[in-house]
Design a protein around this ligand. Sequence first.
Ligand SMILES: C[S@@+](CC[C@H](N)C(=O)[O-])C[C@H]1O[C@@H](n2cnc3c(N)ncnc32)[C@H](O)[C@@H]1O
Length: 170
Amino acid sequence: MAGLGVEPGRSLEVGCGFGRLSPYIAEHFLQHTAVDINQWALAEATRFYPQVSFSSASATELPFPESTFDAVITWTVLQHVPNALIGKALEEIKRVAKPKSLLILCEATLNAANPQKDEQHTHDRFPEFYADAFSGRKLLVSEFIAEIDRIPSMASPGRIMVFGPLSENR
Ligand SMILES: C[S@@+](CC[C@H](N)C(=O)[O-])C[C@H]1O[C@@H](n2cnc3c(N)ncnc32)[C@H](O)[C@@H]1O
């Protein structure tokens, strides 16, 4: 984090599921907070990784003051947020992130070109959608991945995106 000019202070993981990534993210920060809306997954996460702080919260209503986190990480989560709510989720991420923070996203892109229906399992979006939403932040990393999930039936191409601190010349 230091190499990217970001403090290794507080990190927020939105949509942590059963916490498989949480300990690895926590290693890079002084204080890591992981949230999800799935109570069962949170209970499993707490059982597997008691050293990490897990709590219940939705991306659309993050119970944290503005400018709290040095990094916000969300891994294959926003693709599950329907069109009607994605704007609110991105506003919340921007609100709780410090201006000098990193935003780290991994998103499936397989169905990004398809018309999105609310009953669909995923609402994949093009990377440009996120670049637009986080305008004012430089896209530091935009890495294509052929399979973002190891489960063959769910394998989907996707993209890891890292958005840097808010530009001071906005
Ligand atoms: C594909 S799983 C990914 C879990 C974890 N990030 C990982 O990579 O193992 C998607 C997760 O997003 C969570 N999720 C979906 N909508 C959410 C929302 N609005 N706020 C927070 N979490 C959400 C689900 O409960 C689920 O745990």
